[in-house]
Ligand binder design. Structure first.
Ligand code: SF4
Ligand code: SF4
Length: 142
């Protein structure tokens, strides 16, 4: 039987399927800054205070949208506008009709594979708890 992510569009996925698509990279939980002139949004290597950097999981996923103003809920409606999502993001990849990488937990059955592949925030993020907001510009990454 074919895997759901190979045959369904994002719109056709159940809530459980949608949630399981997240690879746990934590890269969407990096603090962003916007260039006021161009409107362009840049990622920084600073992570949201609610991100557990070791596991790259949110400490309060259920309440995240109430607790953290910058937290963005990924939806079918906004995914095309979220240019700061990493190329590896499973939602972005499915949206762009791409396959999932071999390290994706749905394929590897290993939640650590995303870290071992070196594509998670675990290896470089520093929590915003330790960075003054005025210093954020020094942490901008591609
Ligand atoms: S970037 Fe995409 S795959 Fe990675 S944690 Fe965020 S939503 Fe999940
Ligand atoms: S509150 Fe949002 S941005 Fe912060 S760690 Fe949780 S999911 Fe990521």
């Amino acid at each position: 039987m074919a895997n759901f992510w190979e045959v369904k569009t994002l719109a056709q996925m159940s809530t459980d399927e949608w949630e399981s698509l997240c690879d746990g990279c934590g890269l969407c939980c990096l603090v962003k800054i916007e260039d006021e002139d161009s409107g362009r949004v840049y990622n920084t290597s600073v992570s949201c205070k609610q991100l557990d950097i070791e596991s790259c999981r949110c400490r309060d996923y259920e309440n995240r949208l109430n607790d953290v103003p910058m937290c963005t809920k990924l939806t079918l409606e906004n995914i095309a506008q979220l240019h700061w999502l990493p190329e590896s993001c499973a939602y972005k990849r499915i949206y762009e009709n791409k396959t999932l990488p071999s390290w994706h937990p749905l394929i590897s059955k290993d939640n650590n594979a995303v870290h071992q592949a070196g594509v998670s925030a675990k290896w470089f993020a520093v929590s915003e708890e330790y960075v003054h907001p005025e210093q954020l510009v020094d942490f901008v990454i591609e």
